[in-house]
Design a binder for this molecule. Structure first.
Ligand SMILES: NC(=O)c1ccc[n+]([C@@H]2O[C@H](COP(=O)([O-])OP(=O)(O)OC[C@H]3O[C@@H](n4cnc5c(N)ncnc54)[C@H](O)[C@@H]3O)[C@@H](O)[C@H]2O)c1
Length: 320
């Protein structure tokens, strides 16, 4: 994307605030319109209000955006992305997860011949851009002598139980919401190959899954826990390099990390506390997307791989 990038924003809920904040800081971006059937007023953007619509097709009738951002409930992503592909020539950044079921992925793939979906659809795998994740990826790349990552444990907790049914309406389940974040974050470190077990508990508010991966020629297992039954948000991942006794701990909530060898501290990573967590994810994500050379973790191909692994878990209604 070059020149002034005209953006349309679809869905003006919680995460849209972060998109708007980050987009407002990108000098090459203008907000062309917003869409949300449940809001009558658009949000302010750099002190002015863009045209607002209750329906995406209506907005695309009037505007020719370069990029449409979809920040709506998960089960609407596929239909809205399809509208962007078929009713405009815009690229589309879809909030994660790209789709809520495998049928929707097949439908998006089937549009590739007529709409170039593979090159126009991007997924906001924002956890891959979190500073502690990029720090850990750099450590791994700088230290081939540590050998393969032999074990991974990751736990993602969000206090969504407090939001009750609204959490299920927006995010479907903890696996649907956090599982995609865990898998896309791990894609920075290893090549994910298969979901080897999956259990969803608490009517979908908790999940325990294991995933096989390859790291430096070796096969390992990632253990992934997620839950909404918690009083506060907390997200952590540990990477074990069993052959060299090195461990990396990353705290995604605090955006910190450290590496140890035989109990000795090798490196520690922190931040100045000034950048809010979600802005720290979406700022580099947008810089990458708008650079003209988007990070592969945003690509349709990566989203398709993650979707297939993610949906290898049995759907909730067949779990006893
Ligand atoms: N909240 C977060 O921290 C967060 C972080 C990253 C990604 N996400 C993802 O972003 C998506 C939205 O999450 P949220 O927390 O902002 O949800 P939300 O429920 O707060 O907001 C969704 C908004 O979309 C609007 N909407 C519903 N149907 C629409 C349609 N057809 N056209 C236009 N607007 C429509 C709703 O009125 C609402 O304002 C989800 O897929 C979620 O997984 C959320």
């Amino acid at each position: 994307m070059s020149g002034l990038v005209q953006v349309g924003l679809v869905g003006v809920g919680i995460i849209a605030d972060t998109h708007l904040q980050v987009l407002a800081g990108q000098p090459g971006v203008a907000l062309e319109f917003t869409v949300d059937p449940h809001r009558t007023e658009p949000p302010a953007f750099r002190g002015t209000k863009p045209p607002h619509y209750s329906d995406l097709a209506e907005a695309l009738d009037v505007h020719q955006p370069h990029l449409v951002v979809i920040a709506t409930p998960t089960d609407t992503h596929a239909d809205l992305a399809t509208q962007v592909l078929t009713l405009s020539s815009a690229q589309v950044l879809v909030e994660k997860p790209l789709v809520h079921d495998l049928g929707s992925l097949t439908r998006l793939r089937s549009l590739d011949g007529t709409t170039d979906a593979q090159n126009r659809v991007f997924t906001a795998h924002h956890f891959s851009f979190s500073p502690e994740v990029r720090w850990a990826a750099e450590q791994i790349s700088d230290h081939p002598e540590w050998g393969p990552i032999t074990d991974i444990t990751s736990a993602f907790y969000d206090p969504y139980i407090l939001r009750g049914e609204q959490a299920f309406a927006s995010y479907i389940s903890s696996w649907m919401d956090s599982g995609v974040n865990q898998l896309s974050m791990l894609a920075r470190f290893v090549e994910l190959t298969a979901l080897t077990s999956a259990q969803q508990m608490d009517n979908g508010a908790s999940a325990w899954c294991t995933c096989e991966y390859r790291s430096r020629g070796t096969v390992g297992t990632a253990r992934l826990h997620s839950s909404w039954l918690t009083g506060s948000s907390s997200k952590k991942t540990t990477l074990t390099f069993g052959r060299s006794n090195v461990e990396i701990w990353i705290d995604h909530t605090a955006m910190t990390g450290f590496a140890t060898h035989d109990g000795r501290l090798l490196e520690a990573y922190g931040n100045d506390g000034r950048t809010p967590r979600k802005v720290a994810h979406y700022q580099p994500l947008y810089e990458s997307l708008l650079s003209g050379r988007p990070d592969p973790v945003l690509s349709f191909g990566t989203a398709a791989t993650i979707t297939e692994l993610h949906h290898a878990a049995p759907p909730l209604d067949v779990i006893a």
